[in-house]
Design a protein around this ligand. Sequence first.
Ligand code: 9D3
Length: 231
Amino acid sequence: MMVFHVLTIFPEFFRGPFEHGVVAKAKEAGLIDIRIHNLRDWTYDRHKSVDDRPFGGGEGMLLKPQPLFEAVEAIWPERSARNKVILLSAQGRPFTQVTARRLSEEADEVLLICGRYEGVDERVAEHLADEELSIGDFVLSGGELGAAVIVDSMARLVPGVLGNEASAVFESFSEASGVLDCPQYTRPAEFRGWKVPDVLAGGNHEEIRRWRRKAALEKTARMRPDLLNGQ
Ligand code: 9D3
């Protein structure tokens, strides 16, 4: 059983993303649990303020440390080595499939802190979070979409979630190979004049294997040359 905690100022955001597909099935099967926490539950002023102005000046507001530290300490009064606090931020290390697999092996409970506004007081990254992660080189408005991405990718790695353990093994193989999936087709064999490659419709399995390997390499070279250059 893997437990995901999400700490956010927008708890309603998560009504959608975890109620479909593989993640919803994993919850129903009792293989994962997702607990959403409202950061404002750890504020004491009338306005439930979670943000404040940056020292030294500058645009916008930052999430202040006190509600974040108290929330994590309330969720985990004692932190075990298998509890991981992850801060989602634009300044984090890149989150990849390798990160998802490592975290799913190192942790049985993860707590995802969603950044907001212009950022988060750096003491959260330094003294509260075990890791600071970004989901890619683009600007989001906050960490909520990042948290949903991490829960989705990690839930699929929990034993039993994909139904057959072979899928997870195959995935780790394709992870290691550093090549994208080959192009795939379904019926009809001709759609608006565009034909499915003849070799796939024929029954020669050795020829199909060769075609798929070549097509996967060609597509990887075209879409993701960085993967082939060992970058
Ligand atoms: C002055 C530049 N800032 C705004 C344009 C920096 C900035 C502050 C806060 C950029 C993004 C954010 C909010 N983003 C996240 O919290 C975030 C994020 C992201 O922006 N990109 C990729 N992954 C993530 S995870 C969390």
